[in-house]
Design a binder for this molecule. Structure first.
Ligand SMILES: Cc1cc2nc3c(=O)[nH]c(=O)nc-3n(C[C@H](O)[C@H](O)[C@H](O)COP(=O)(O)OP(=O)(O)OC[C@H]3O[C@@H](n4cnc5c(N)ncnc54)[C@H](O)[C@@H]3O)c2cc1C
Length: 308
């Protein structure tokens, strides 16, 4: 399992394979399990379908590590249009961004400026922007950018990863700001020097972090539990109930196409659920990270190959 995960994460970061593999039809067909399409309209239509099941959504345009200022500007314009379309259709749909998609590799000030343009538009439209967390070398800068923008915009939230040893300390430092945090386990290939390897350690840390933030929800902090791990979902529900929180005082976020039955069950039971819908043409590294989360998914790709 560990070997398959490592091999897939290596593929996700390999420049040549990133260009070559998406050209194969069977891979393009297999990705449709996790992505409703490449266009904004595909994602909005999926959000409308989920709304009919009382599930709200978060949209993200796939892309990372832009190397050109104009490209980053173009992504900002796309996000602004996304926010306007969401508002026009009356959807309760947040947006999520990767800072390297907005120019973090080029220059931190440029990235802050780009993020501010998106967050300001979101605020005017009464919407919320989530910042994804990328590889560990970006954590310091991502938290810095979050803090700078959060000063004036409460409608911005940050993702933190429970596989990193440092996250407990990062959370402690953020707590005085009553942050909006989405906890996830973490999707990248990280060395043992920075990240837990064993699932039991990652899970235990996830619950520890969640329990800490739950204790601050009444004061104004916002908790999102981003996982498909039903044991963690249950543990969160139990702890939230124990401290007297209502089912809508915090949120569960899951990915489009994963545990769809559980998504509906949570919504039926009265919990706040959002599904993160990714779309766009730059889907390959993101897709391979989804395969790495559950290497059994490779059989799905193989079946698509055999049926082509
Ligand atoms: C809303 C949301 C936002 C995220 N944002 C980020 C981010 O910003 N940065 C980041 O590093 N990571 C992010 N992730 C990914 C995350 O880090 C994990 O890699 C991913 O969620 C898998 O971990 P898990 O918590 O579902 O638990 P796991 O223990 O990996 O999975 C629990 C169960 O869920 C099912 N499952 C999980 N993944 C898959 C899959 N791909 N295909 C099929 N079944 C699956 C399986 O049944 C599995 O047994 C995000 C995840 C979610 C849900």
């Amino acid at each position: 399992m560990g070997l398959a995960r490592n091999a897939l994460l290596w593929i996700s970061e390999n420049r040549k394979l990133r260009q070559a593999l998406p050209k194969y039809k069977f891979i393009r067909r297999a990705v449709s399990r996790f992505m409703p399409g490449e266009q904004l309209d595909d994602a909005l239509a999926a959000a409308e379908r989920l709304r009919q099941q009382s599930i709200d959504t978060v949209l993200t345009l796939l892309g990372e590590n832009v190397t050109d200022e104009r490209e980053a500007r173009h992504e900002v314009e796309h996000y602004v249009e996304m926010l306007r379309q969401i508002s026009k259709r009356g959807l309760d749909t947040h947006v999520s961004v990767k800072l390297t998609h907005l120019g973090l590799d080029l220059n931190e000030d440029l990235c802050v400026k780009n993020l501010l343009a998106i967050v300001a538009e979101a605020k005017a439209l009464n919407n919320m922007v989530w910042i994804d967390m990328e590889q560990s070398q970006y954590v310091d800068r991502t938290i810095e950018v979050y803090k700078k923008v959060r000063k004036d915009f409460p409608n911005v939230g940050l993702c933190l990863q429970s596989y990193l040893y440092r996250t407990e300390k990062d959370l402690e430092n953020l707590l005085p700001h009553l942050p909006a945090i989405r906890f996830v386990k973490g999707a990248y290939k990280e060395p043992l020097s920075v990240a837990f390897r064993k699932k039991s350690d990652v899970d235990a840390n996830f619950f520890k972090l969640t329990r800490t933030l739950l204790g601050h929800v009444r004061n104004g902090a916002k908790l999102v539990v981003g996982t498909h791990d039903m044991e963690l979902v249950c543990a969160t529900q139990g702890e939230a109930e124990r401290v007297g929180l209502a089912r809508t005082d915090y949120e569960f976020h899951l990915l489009y196409g994963i545990q769809a039955n559980e998504q509906m069950k949570l919504a039926r039971e009265g919990y706040s659920v959002r599904v993160l819908i990714s779309y766009g043409s730059f889907w390959f590294p993101w897709y391979v990270r989804r395969l790495a989360e559950r290497p059994a998914n490779i059989w799905f790709v193989v079946r698509k190959l055999l049926s082509s």
